[in-house]
Write a protein that binds this ligand. Structure first.
Ligand code: MN
Ligand code: MN
Length: 320
């Protein structure tokens, strides 16, 4: 029997893992692998700096948007997408250290027009929606239909694109199965469903692209996650690839932390991670997990490997 204790350890591992990956990767964001090697040999410590001139342990938009979404879900965000959009607005008004163009455009549109869905445009296939969806996974752990509904609702505020939808849903389903203790083979099965439905995402052999385009991001994360066997190696592999390293670090940290648990995160990284961020994450995990008990829908409708719905079939027909 899975104990709640174990579930909580994995959930903490996933959420803290995401923040650690963000803080570790941000130092080398937008550098090439060669540039990273020239300066750091191997980048393996949380030291801050980078183009954002961060303090050691400071996180960026990836983690901050998760915290904003988590807070909104704990209010009434599961039922009211405006609560989520308002949380993004509040975050943007707090002068975040970084914000992606697609995120800024989407949040501004909501402020001006109060519409909850971005127009589907080819340039909205960035990784910005996928990187912040972990709180949804935790809050809907036993409820696939609520998971899909809330994931797509939070995503479409800024990113409305079939490739982003497909990746966001798949990464969340992988994380959910890891949190439930089903192991790496269950996560791999979800990844293979994605690749089968949308061959763009094929990641073996790794195609070598590391940008913020969601396909590049997913391939780079999968390569690191499926070719390492512990948290530290997974994160070091992914951030030393270069490119959008805070985001590949964050998503890899989310998966690896869910699989290996919070005790697998190196002490030297947790010690450095911003203590306010840690406190907020620890405060959210338990309460997000508890939300599913309040859900009106039956709690055991979760089925393994559900057919990926509508957004993915759109992706198959779109000429991207
Ligand atoms: Mn970032
Ligand atoms: Mn980034």
């Amino acid at each position: 029997m899975e104990t709640h204790f174990t579930l909580l350890q994995r959930t903490l591992g996933s959420y803290l893992g995401l923040a650690v990956g963000d803080a570790l990767g941000a130092t080398v964001e937008f550098m090439t692998a060669r540039e990273i090697a020239a300066i750091h040999k191997i980048h393996r410590n949380i030291i801050g700096g980078g183009w954002l001139r961060l303090k050691p342990g400071q996180v960026t938009d990836d983690t901050e948007l998760c915290l904003a979404l988590g807070k909104a879900l704990l209010r009434d965000g599961l039922n009211d997408t405006n609560v989520i959009a308002d949380a993004y607005v509040k975050w943007m008004h707090g002068c975040p250290v970084d914000i992606g163009n697609t995120c800024r455009r989407g949040i501004r549109r909501y402020m001006l027009q109060r519409t909850l869905q971005a127009d589907p445009t080819p340039d909205s296939a960035g990784n910005g929606a996928a990187m912040r969806n972990l709180p949804t996974v935790i809050a809907t752990l036993n409820n696939e239909s609520a998971y899909e509904r809330v994931s797509l609702a939070q995503a479409h505020i800024t990113h409305n694109h079939p490739l982003s939808d497909a990746a966001t849903l798949t990464l969340g389903r992988m994380t959910r199965r890891l949190l439930r203790g089903e192991g790496i083979s269950a996560a791999h099965a979800e990844a293979m469903i994605l690749v089968e439905c949308v061959p763009h995402f094929r990641f073996d052999p790794w195609p070598g692209m590391t940008s913020g385009y969601i396909v590049d991001t997913v391939q780079t994360v999968f390569d690191a996650f499926f070719n390492t066997d512990n948290f530290e190696e997974c994160l070091i592999r992914v951030v030393n690839r270069g490119g959008d390293t805070d985001t590949t670090g964050a998503i890899a940290g989310q998966l690896a932390g869910a699989l290996y648990g919070v005790s697998s995160i190196p002490e030297r990284w947790l010690r450095k991670l911003d203590s306010n961020v840690q406190d907020t994450i620890r405060g959210q995990c338990d309460r997000l997990l508890a939300l599913q008990n309040l859900d009106q829908e039956p709690s055991n409708v979760f089925a393994h490997s559900p057919v990926i719905p509508h957004p993915l079939s759109t992706a198959k027909t779109a000429a991207i």
